[in-house]
Design a protein. Sequence first.
Length: 319
Amino acid sequence: MAWDEAGAWMRDRVTYPGLVRWFLRKRPDQGSARDVDARCHIWPSRERCARRRPAPAKIGPMTNHTKPTLLISNVLPARPGDEAYNNICMRLWDRLLQAALPTWNVIREYAQEDGAEGAALRAQGADAIVIMGGEDVHPAHYGASQGYNHEGRHWYRADLGQLALVDYAARTGTPLLGICRGMQIINTAFGGTLEQDIADGTHTNRAILSDHRFVRHGVRVEAGSHLERALAPVLVDSEITISSAHHQRVDRLGQTLRVSAYAPDGTVEAIESPDAPIVGVQWHPEDPADDIAQLQSLLAHLDARRAPRLERASTTLVA
């Protein structure tokens, strides 16, 4: 890594402490760690003292270290064997970054690579979590079988990783937003089940991979819900128009969860935990064609419900 990239690289020092130690141990212009130590010892004492004297403090703009940290979980970094699917995933990812980066530091998490243990460890550096959409949850996680209509590829290790993120959020009080598949992961983590294929196909556009058009329809948000408070800036008479692209939906609701939004046909469009800051929406607020204010409202709600990480750590229950 070039030394002039240090400023950008060091922003990741909390997430990658091992790499930071390596980086500080050996700089490109200083040779080995032993060389650095040797030079320190041969400096005259007066010179060493002069070198240690701190520079005068400078008042400048606040750095991004003042921002909270948002972990965004994807199934995979890319789908090289499926260019059309990968393209739409990247469009959604870019839109989420557009909404998040002004107010958050972002950690990228790829659940298929990290698995359950890796995802949970990475979440320890986050103030809030977003689980994005993706492929169907493997039916083994909710007691069903494969072979259903429109079944696609499953990523079992990614399922385990994102289920672990929901468990971590519930245990530590870390705010979590699940989008589409992310909402289904939440329901599955709490013991719920999924309807494997919506027969009439009314909630997805079968040509979405080519035209990138989501199905648009209204949802009604339940009064008094956390979701209602989150979306208050964009709701009109408790309703909002959303972008939909899913062929599965909640069947049996997970234990302790409550429904916070319905579609006109009765489809569960949002769920939440009354005991933890966990909300899932079945739609895609990160659709580039939608008003970004909806996504910004959801991210602001995560920020409003977060607690300092040290405070969360002191109240975490350990078995």
